[in-house]
Design a protein around this ligand. Structure first.
Ligand SMILES: NC(=O)c1ccc[n+]([C@@H]2O[C@H](COP(=O)([O-])OP(=O)(O)OC[C@H]3O[C@@H](n4cnc5c(N)ncnc54)[C@H](O)[C@@H]3O)[C@@H](O)[C@H]2O)c1
Length: 450
């Protein structure tokens, strides 16, 4: 295995904080670094351990190791009375042995709490560091490192404590790397532009809009882009729907804007883009998602149905690509993500939807054409083709009864949920997909393969 000297790998930042240790502070740490696995070494009270467990996600885990059991309160049996107790695994016995065992089990942790009052606290700290029991970006919290303040204060009460936070950071560029193997220090090692892969998926500072954002897939896209850091304009034919989703976003601390626009009308589309530019200065991410689905046998499809479908699904999408594209070409950067459909590849059945299928095939060709035409000016154009997604679009009187029939055609055995599409939109909106253009990303649980 590739071994790198740990001392070289770790840059230690120590912040001494003058506060009394409490489970609330621990909970906040757990929340802040989104910890999933925690190692506790020392005498944490049972109620504190439970408080931390409550903050963990359902698949989170705490390993609490102590030399001796504590009069019942820290016992596994007691924890099991709580619904969060299942996240706690007590390891009673010599701490050094427990640490060896966790190392042998290849465990690693997002937070390690060490009680500095423990005998051998320094050895525990060294063992954790030297044996990679810390995940990347993880934190060690060492309690009572100020020795109750006795080092520098007179007449201190026993309540005074101190907490050292030690963050494991990536290898600094000038680190001396001790390794038996050659370390290739390229972008793969450091991260492209020194940004690691999850950072490259972030959208901080980006301005996005989502048409048809008032419900269904568009709503899920708006949340995903906002969660990844973008400001999001939620655009919909129905202002009240856009406002409701914008309100959801702002409750999560995401900067949002609600706009009404009918994407089939050039003046509405221009007004939408102008309003976003007036508010946030530009547009980086355009999600052209609004679409409608009408059903009729082809021999009976009216020109009205055909035009209505094409006006929203293809003409509207073109107008949005053009209006947002002009801004993006001007600034030399942009990401356009169009919503096509699996219906661009196969003929979904038994529903009859000639105009829809043809319009979505048009979306793919439009995406490919713009993708090729604009990439050398920094604008990437891709589309997502969902399979059958459980949204209001398929809850019409004609379509709802077909769900059982569709399920038989889907290898995944279920309809898609809007959340199944969220990672794709973030990826296509991020710098991580910068070499991708004109692509049709199909997400359909395997349906187009059967
Ligand atoms: N649901 C599916 O199974 C499925 C599958 C593949 C592709 N799609 C596509 O995904 C996109 C979103 O679908 P959904 O399932 O979330 O639909 P939906 O009907 O649940 O939501 C569409 C939203 O778009 C808005 N809208 C409709 N016409 C508009 C217009 N002219 N201008 C602005 N907004 C308008 C509606 O008010 C609605 O809020 C559509 O393009 C659809 O064709 C859906």
């Amino acid at each position: 295995m590739h071994q790198i000297g740990v001392k070289a790998l770790t840059e230690v930042e120590v912040i001494i904080l003058y506060f009394v240790l409490s489970s609330q502070i621990f909970r906040m740490f757990v929340h802040m670094i989104r910890a999933r696995k925690i190692l506790l070494i020392g005498k944490l009270k049972g109620c504190s351990i439970l408080a931390i467990a409550e903050e963990l996600p359902d698949n989170g885990k705490i390993f609490a190791c102590a030399e001796e059991p504590y009069l019942g309160v820290n016992s596994q049996e007691a924890f099991d009375y709580s619904s969060d107790g299942k996240k706690i695994s007590m390891r009673v016995g010599p701490v050094a042995d427990t640490l060896e065992a966790l190392h042998a089990e290849d465990e690693h942790f997002d937070i390690v709490f060490i009680d500095a009052d423990q005998r051998n606290a320094v050895q525990y700290y060294s063992f954790v560091m030297d044996n990679h029991l810390l995940s990347m970006d993880a934190v060690i919290c060492v309690e009572n490192t100020l020795m109750k303040g006795q080092v520098y204060l007179e007449n201190v009460s026993d309540e005074n404590s101190g907490l050292s936070l030690i963050r494991r950071s990536p290898v600094p560029p000038d680190a001396v790397i001790e390794s038996k193997m050659e370390v290739v220090k390229d972008d793969v090692f450091w991260g492209c532009s020194r940004r690691r892969i999850l950072e490259r998926l972030r959208l901080d500072g980006r301005v996005a809009y989502v048409t048809g954002g008032g419900q269904g897939i568009g709503r899920a896209f708006a949340h995903a882009l906002g969660e990844a850091g973008a400001k999001v304009a939620v655009v919909d034919l129905v202002l009240a729907k856009a406002e409701a989703v914008a309100c959801e976003l702002s409750l999560k601390g995401i900067k949002s804007l609600a706009l009404a626009a009918d994407v089939s009308k050039p003046e509405d589309v221009q007004r939408m883009v102008d309003a976003i530019v007036a508010r946030w200065g530009t547009v980086h991410i355009a999600c052209n998602n609004a679409g409608i689905n009408l059903n009729s046998a082809s021999e009976e499809t009216s020109l009205e149905e055909w035009d209505k479908t094409f006006n929203v699904n293809l003409r509207g999408l073109f107008l949005c690509c053009q209006a947002a594209g002009r801004i993006m070409l001007n600034q030399g950067y942009g990401k356009i993500i169009n919503t096509a459909s699996m219906a661009s590849l196969i003929v979904p059945h038994p529903q009859k939807q000639l105009a829809y299928n043809a319009s979505k095939a048009g979306v793919v060709k439009l995406t490919q054409t713009l993708g090729a035409e604009w990439i050398d000016r920094g604008v990437k154009v891709n589309c997502i083709s969902p399979g059958i997604v459980d949204t209001p679009l398929i809850r019409s009187r004609e379509l709802r009864p077909l769900v059982r029939r569709w399920l038989a055609d889907i290898p995944a055995g279920r309809l898609a949920q809007p959340t199944d599409l969220q990672a794709a939109v973030v990826y296509l909106a991020s710098e991580a997909s910068d070499y991708m253009t004109g692509h049709n990303l199909v997400i359909e649980g395997g349906q187009s393969l059967w």
